[in-house]
Design a protein around this ligand. Sequence first.
Ligand SMILES: C[S@@+](CC[C@H](N)C(=O)[O-])C[C@H]1O[C@@H](n2cnc3c(N)ncnc32)[C@H](O)[C@@H]1O
Length: 302
Amino acid sequence: MANDTCLFPGQKLPEMPSPVKMSSNHDMDQVTDAQLASFADLIYGRTGIRVSPQKKMLLSNRLRRRLRETQIASFGDYYKHIVQLKPSDPEWDALVQEITTHETFLFRDESQWNWFRKNYLLSCASGKPPGGVKETLRVWSAACSTGDEPYTIACSIAASLSSGKKWNIRVLGTDIGLGAMQQCQQATFSERSMRLVPEDFKSRFFTKLPGSPLWKAKPILTEMISFRQHNLLNRLSEPPFDIVFLKNVLIYFDAASKKRVMEHVRAAVRPGGMLVTGAAEGVAEYLREFKCLQSWLHQRPG
Ligand SMILES: C[S@@+](CC[C@H](N)C(=O)[O-])C[C@H]1O[C@@H](n2cnc3c(N)ncnc32)[C@H](O)[C@@H]1O
């Protein structure tokens, strides 16, 4: 699995204020305002996510778990520890895992999947592919968390392009989180994640694991998808895709990070290809040269 996460090139790390003296019971401790600012800059440089001052309690709770795991006594010492680690050190993955929000489920935002199945894939199947797709379909699910989005894409494709011509299909799921990527490979989903999956898709494309509350995706889906760890702040080294899904991730980014991510994402959509964004992604201003078909659907000029 590729690991292409890195800090901003040439990023200068801020000085950390002296560690506060910790009591033996960390549960009552919170980061100071100055520590919050230093950790926020660190997290921003790594992920593009802005931790606001209102998140002090949340950040403290998340960091406290890292203190326990690493057996480091204070927030200040943990900061000193992490800034001297290589960007590829597993502790960075553990910190990012704590900070990021992974909420996802299959067929989230139903209207978008209805469009994908009944409009986009139907046009592909009937030989009138939007923007000229030709029996090859390349899809990128960017920031896919634990894989529910790429598996939704694969389900929809398996149901729509199953008969007739042989299609060459690739669905790529990427996320900054190593833990998320490992979960994607397992291809198992809870009842909660599966709650919007149509009943016929459930029986055709998933198996209930005996003695477990989990559903496992069948090979017809898993064979279509590959996963890779990738930081959206960096360019993805892949030929452009027919359609890219970028949902429920940039809501946590500020304007400068959004701009940087959207430069990479625009380049990842082939001419005539589509970009599906979350309804609250706030990226319209970075997509001026794309045709806006819906507030969440954008087509790159062909
Ligand atoms: C709320 S989930 C969205 C999952 C899915 N797209 C959906 O809409 O259900 C947000 C995901 O964005 C990922 N993420 C946050 N910052 C990222 C970055 N800089 N590069 C890639 N992924 C990132 C997180 O790890 C998390 O899994």
